[in-house]
Design a binder for this molecule. Sequence first.
Ligand SMILES: [Zn+2]
Length: 186
Amino acid sequence: MGAKEQMIEILRDRDTARIRFEYRSDGKNATINQDCFTRVADNLQSGHLSVVEGRHRVNMVTYSSWAYRDDAANTFYLGNNLRWSRDFNALIVHEAVHAYFDVTRTNMPWLHNETIAYIAQGYYLRNSGFPLARLEEDEPHELGYRAAREYASGSGNTEWIQSLQDKLRNDARYSSYIRNPYTGDG
Ligand SMILES: [Zn+2]
């Protein structure tokens, strides 16, 4: 199976379909559910979104909304990934959130864009039965998992969302863009 076909399957699988939350923070709202991931899968299938393999040397996936330096618009870039793992599936879910905001031309500042993507990534890990204890503590996807658990339990406790936002604001890996605006261009 090619990477693109596999990504379409991941975005339509049952663990992705059970990701469901209403994000509200600082006046930014997003409804994340099965429809978001189906929409990205449809855009992959139609060819509006592309996939390039082997771009990164490490286990990462990125999504490029528009052409910038070596990146083409509307493209997922894969790396040296463990292609058949829940970890990989969750990474695809994360990047699909960015792609969703792009194809829906959504205004979603990077802080919120990343926060929502990490909650979705954590939500996938939770849904697939991935043990929280196997994630490195205080990493964004671990905090996203904890926030997802709060959403799934219906508690409305936003403490972990705050922790995740603080992490993203203060971690050097995100400093180059995390305070920037973002608006998808389709
Ligand atoms: Zn991201």
